[in-house]
Design a protein around this ligand. Sequence first.
Ligand code: ING
Length: 317
Amino acid sequence: MARYVNVAIGQLGPVNKEDSRAAVVARLMNLIREAQQLGADLIVYPELALTTFFPRWYIEDESQLDSWRKAAMPGAETQPLFDLARELQVGFCLGYAELSIEQGEKRRFNTSILVDKNGVIVGKYHKVHLPGHREHEPWRAFQHLEKRYFTPGTEFSVFNAFGGRVGMAICNDRRWCETYRVMGLQGVEMVLIGYNTPVHNAPAPEHDDLSLFHNQLSMQAGAYQNGTWVVGVAKAGTEEGVEHIGGSCIIAPSGEVVASCVTKGDEVAIAHCDLDFCQIYKRATFNFDVHRQPNAYGPITAFKGEALLADGSPRHQ
Ligand code: ING
C-alpha cells in the first residue's frame, strides 16, 4: 500500500525591496500553475516569501518594519493565490512575516502556514530558532536581526494533511536536530522548510564555501534520523546585494536527495513521495519505542548551553 504525495519545490529568486506584493504573488501563482501541470498535490514556497529578507537591515522605523508584516492571511494581496490553489486543487506552504495582535499586544513572528487543496489554512508555525543578533552590529557587511524583529515560537507541531503527518520548520530550524526529533516523536512523515540563507555568515566567514554542504547535510540528517521526507526551499540569488544560496531539494527518509533545483531563480522541481516509505526507517533503525533511551537525554532540555541551565542561569556556580 502506498500513500503518495506529489510535492513540488516552489523556489524563488530574489525579492527586492521595491517589488510589489502583487508582483511577488504573481510569481507564486506562476509557480503553482507549473506545479499543477506536473501533477503536484502541494507546493512549498520559501521563508518570508512575500518580501525581501528585511532582517539584513537595521531599521528603527516601526511603520517601515510593519509594512513588511501581514496581519490578515489571506489578505487582499494574497487572496488570489488562495483562490488559484483551490481552483487548481493544489495545496501550499508559505512563509511570511506575521503581525498578530494578542490581548492588545503586537507580536511579530517569522511564520509559515500550511494550506490544503481547498485553500484552507490547516496549520501554522512560528519559527523557534531565530539566528543572528538583536542589536545593530555595524562591523557586519549586512545585518541579521531576526532576534530583534521576531518573537520566537515555542512548539513544533505536526498536522494531519495530504493523507499523512506533515510538519513545518523555517530556515535556521533545519540546523538543529531537536527540530526534527520533536516532530519525529509526533510521527511526522514530511517536513516542509523554507529558507533565506546568505552565502556569507559574518561570524564565521570560513564556513561560506560550505554553505550548500551544510544546508543539505542538516536536512539529510534530519530526514534519515527521523524516517521522514524533508522538502527544503530557498529564496535564492542576489537579493538587495546579498548573495543567497539555492540548494532547494527534496530528501527521502533514506537521506537521499530525490529532486533538486538547478538555478537560483524562480524554479519548480517535483517528487513522487510515498509516505509509507517512512515506515522502513520508523519501524527498524529508528524505531523510537524500541531503541530510544530518554533517561539518558536529560541535558537536552535541562541545559540551554554548556554553561547555562535551560532558564539561562549559570550552570557551573
Ligand atoms: N538564515 C540562515 C540559516 O540558518 C545562518 C542564518 C546562515 C546561520 C549561515 C548559520 C550559518 O540558514 C536564516 N534566515 O535563518
